[in-house]
Design a protein around this ligand. Structure first.
Ligand code: PEP
Length: 254
């Protein structure tokens, strides 16, 4: 891992105020780990204020699990960037496979969200763009084509300067929440492909961008995954709900 490691917790629709407290205690007790990596917590939006009170280190940031592409208005249930950044958010997940699969997010909407985040001028936010193939796409040997198409579409019109605000999360859909982690070799093959693509599009900036792995990443497989050249950290779902396990993953990233 050549870039400063980045570990992101995606709590999805889980957690509670009491978990925020437990996690905070764990992070405080092991604050030496936080000196060498960046940590982002993406709780459900209603828990952002609880986290905002608890965040105490420069290296712990808050993230949103999704954003609206609209600035304000009649969009019941949605959260604008203005609202989210007021609640302390610096990072936004865009295009998570659960949003693509269950909430009908298509490439056009994902591109609109990326553009909304990059043109938001109240506060700089970092976009974590999630890409990855399904099991059947992998079986049909379409992994690279799918990932390339997702990158091409979401990052259409993004400049070299704006690429500094983008992190890519490679999350094979078949690995998310299934316990079926991609092997380090397999993950590195796709990360290497993404790195090449980014470097071609954004030149030097592409070589500096973070590419995270996500999909059943746990304390016992983190070290081997993080040892790969183009795996710069992880996007963690289930294992980020257990403070000790999450800390162990952060330690493995150091
Ligand atoms: C995720 O939802 O981004 C994820 C990687 O989940 P899990 O770690 O539970 O597979």
């Amino acid at each position: 891992m050549q870039r400063q490691p980045l570990v992101i917790a995606n709590w999805k629709m889980n957690g509670s105020r009491s978990l925020v407290e437990k996690m905070t205690v764990e992070l405080r007790e092991h604050d030496e780990v936080l000196d060498r990596i960046s940590v982002v917590i993406c709780p459900p939006a209603v828990l952002l204020p609880a986290w905002q009170d608890a965040v105490f280190y420069d290296h712990v940031h808050l993230g949103a699990q999704d954003i609206s592409e609209h600035a304000s208005g009649a969009h019941t249930g949605e959260h604008s960037l203005s609202l989210l950044t007021e609640a302390g958010v610096d990072y936004v997940l865009i295009g998570h496979s659960e949003r693509r699969q269950y909430y009908g997010e298509d490439e056009e909407r994902i591109r609109a969200k990326v553009q909304a985040a990059l043109s938001f001028n109240e506060k700089p936010v970092t976009v974590v763009l999630c890409v990855g193939e399904t099991a059947s796409q992998r079986q049909q040997e379409q992994t690279y084509a799918v990932v390339e198409q997702q990158l091409q579409s979401a990052l259409d019109g993004v400049s070299e300067q704006q690429s500094k605000q983008i992190v890519i999360a490679y999350e094979p859909v078949w690995a998310i929440g299934t316990g079926q982690t991609a092997s380090p070799e397999l993950a590195q093959q796709v990360h290497g492909f993404i790195r090449q693509w980014l470097t071609k599009k954004f030149r030097v900036s592409g070589s500096r961008m973070h590419i995270l792995y996500g999909g059943s990443l746990k304390a016992d497989n983190a070290e081997a995954l993080f040892a790969e050249a183009d795996i710069d950290g992880g996007l963690i779902g289930g294992a980020s709900l257990d403070p000790e396990e999450f800390l162990a993953i952060c330690s493995a990233a150091q």
